[in-house]
Design a protein around this ligand. Structure first.
Ligand code: 16G
Ligand code: MG
Length: 549
């Protein structure tokens, strides 16, 4: 069987590539201004279908979103059969194909790709796709559908949905009717599975205080609404920033990324949040979660991905012990260089901790090596993975006391509550609420597990960020030569100083992270290192940002 060249050619001509643009499948797929992505979407439809054929007709996911980016941006990423990120080698193929400049070139490159990747075209192609609430979404989905149709894929539209639900659907579809069945392959199946597990875990826990949820004016608002219908007798979710109609509102001065970067309350929450009350923010596609509260002096206190990891890991360790399984099941943590030094110190005194490069796929893969792998980025993206062997142990374990039996049940329910395909703000939110209810913690007790070191993140616009190369999980620069030594020299002057520099995978900038014992020192260190980066790349001294000291 060969490619339906004519159909692809005819449809492709309706989706010309903008001549001057170059696209790259980066950390989070293709992501740029929504109105430039038409040709990319068409091609992604075809690539997704080929990926499915390559994997014997397994269902592949396509998510149209730009997450926490501002509204004019959009993007697309592919989801592999178990709900994980697209295999790395295909990122390069996708980039090459997306940059072919004419339909003829595209068709030729496709034919060559099918040959070299040994794709059996007689296999079926199955794809499920969804999008967030961005106004550019419908047109981009139409272009995607053109691609899927041209190659004759069996396609299912999951509509407007969160990224984690799309990942869930992919895994549920591919495991349906097998011993690894993940759940009903519908959104309802997702809501039912997670809320049922939540209700079991909080059975008997009365009086959980209401939780304010900042939905970033994005698709998470729908998910909050759906969960509310199912769990409101146990936990009342109070949505704010659930405005899906005002242009420009998405992620604007709200959402998880705003909270993490600005380290303050979204202004829209000031009138809503009471002293001591906990609240959280989702991002634009609901795969990141940040918690926070106002302390007794009404100071903003942030409970980020690192704090979530510490809370959740400690709880699971305790349950494993109470179930009598501590010799059989061990818990490990995966972080990135952005993890606060306070959290790394706290966690590594208790558990194995691994540091990997930024990006969900790196964390996810590292977490798969543990019996129970807890991974979180400081920015609030993360989940918990239970290995196949762990699930088997849980299924076969014979508890010898009622207390062991209760703990075992709790762990089994956690495996159902947690979306193990990818970080999921809603599933993580319910997980946090379960732990807080079990421990009778308010934000204050949770916050006091360890003390965050003051830190600062700065971005530097440089001529070419690709000259920045790192090693040791992005904690050390190897290029430009000599720069790391200069950074080390600076860092030594600060108490508890730590800093690193890495090129962004999603924006044309270099990021600088610094922490130190006091806030003013963390700020100073970050700006000094940023100054070094700026000078190193031959930035015009007259344009040097004043705050770079
Ligand atoms: C993407 C990544 C996220 C990472 C961020 C870093 C996925 C799905 N998302 O949003 O994990 O923290 O990029 O961005 O992998 P940066 O490279 O621009 O700093
Ligand atoms: Mg996101």
């Amino acid at each position: 069987m060969s490619l339906p060249i004519q159909a692809i050619q005819a449809a492709g001509d309706r989706h010309p590539k903008p001549a001057h643009l170059r696209f790259q499948y980066g950390t989070a797929g293709f992501r740029t201004l929504g109105n430039t992505l038409d040709s990319v979407m068409f091609k992604v439809g075809i690539i997704a279908a080929l990926r499915s054929k390559k994997l014997d007709g397994k269902t592949i996911g396509v998510m149209v979103t730009a997450s926490h980016n501002p509204e004019p941006d959009n993007g697309v990423k592919l989801v592999d059969p178990r709900g994980e990120m697209l295999e790395a080698s295909w990122e390069g193929y996708a980039t090459t194909l997306a940059n072919t400049s004419t339909t003829e070139e595209f068709v030729e490159a496709l034919a060559e790709f099918v040959r070299s990747a040994k794709i059996d075209l007689s296999k079926p192609a199955r794809v499920v796709y969804g999008r967030d609430t961005r106004p550019s979404g419908p047109a981009l989905v139409a272009a995607l559908e053109d691609g899927l149709h041209a190659i004759g894929a069996e396609a299912r539209d999951a509509g407007v949905t969160t990224t984690p639900i799309l990942h869930y659907l992919v895994r549920a579809t591919n495991t349906k009717g097998t011993k690894d069945a993940y759940g009903e392959d519908t959104s309802e199946g997702y809501y039912d599975k997670i809320s049922a597990a939540f209700k079991k875990l909080v059975a008997g826990k009365a009086g959980i205080p209401p939780l304010v949820v900042d939905c970033a004016n994005g698709v998470g608002a729908y998910a909050v609404e759906e969960f509310s219908k199912l769990i409101s007798d146990k936990l009342q979710l109070v949505p704010v920033n659930a405005d899906l109609t005002t242009p420009g509102a998405l992620n604007n001065a709200c959402g998880a990324d705003f909270v993490k970067t600005m380290q303050r309350l979204p202004p829209s929450l000031s009138p809503v949040l009471k002293t001591g009350q906990r609240a959280c923010s989702l991002d634009g596609d609901a795969d990141r979660l940040m918690y926070y509260y106002l302390d007794d002096r009404d100071q903003f206190r942030m409970l980020d991905g690192d704090k979530i990891a510490a809370l959740v890991a400690a709880f699971i360790v305790e349950l494993v012990k109470n179930a009598g399984l501590e010799d059989e099941i061990s818990v490990g943590i995966v972080q990135t260089a952005y993890a606060n030094g306070g959290s790394t110190k706290y966690l590594s005194q208790r558990l194995p901790v691994k540091c990997v490069s930024t990006g969900v796929k790196h964390l996810h893969h590292a977490a798969e090596h543990y019996d129970v792998g807890v991974y979180f980025e400081a920015n609030g993206h993360g989940t918990v993975l239970f290995s196949a062997e762990t699930n088997k142990i849980l299924a076969e374990h014979q508890p010898s006391t009622p207390a062991q039996s209760t703990a075992l049940n709790h762990i089994v329910n956690l495996t159902q509550l947690i979306n193990q395909t990818v970080g999921d703000a809603l599933s993580d939110l319910l997980l946090v609420e379960v732990v807080l209810a079990h421990k009778s913690y308010s934000g204050v007790e949770w916050d006091s597990l360890y003390v965050d070191l003051p830190n600062r993140l700065v971005k530097v616009v440089v001529a070419d960020r690709h000259i920045f190369k790192t090693e040791d999980a992005e904690r050390r620069l190897v290029s430009p030569a000599g720069l790391q030594e200069k950074i080390n020299e600076l860092v030594r002057r600060y108490e508890a100083g730590r800093a690193f520099v890495r090129p962004s995978g999603t924006e044309d900038v270099v990021r600088v992270y610094a922490e130190a014992m006091v806030k003013s020192q963390a700020d100073e260190l970050a700006f000094r290192v940023a100054g070094l980066v700026y000078d190193e790349t031959g930035g015009d001294p007259a344009q040097r940002p004043a705050e770079f000291l």
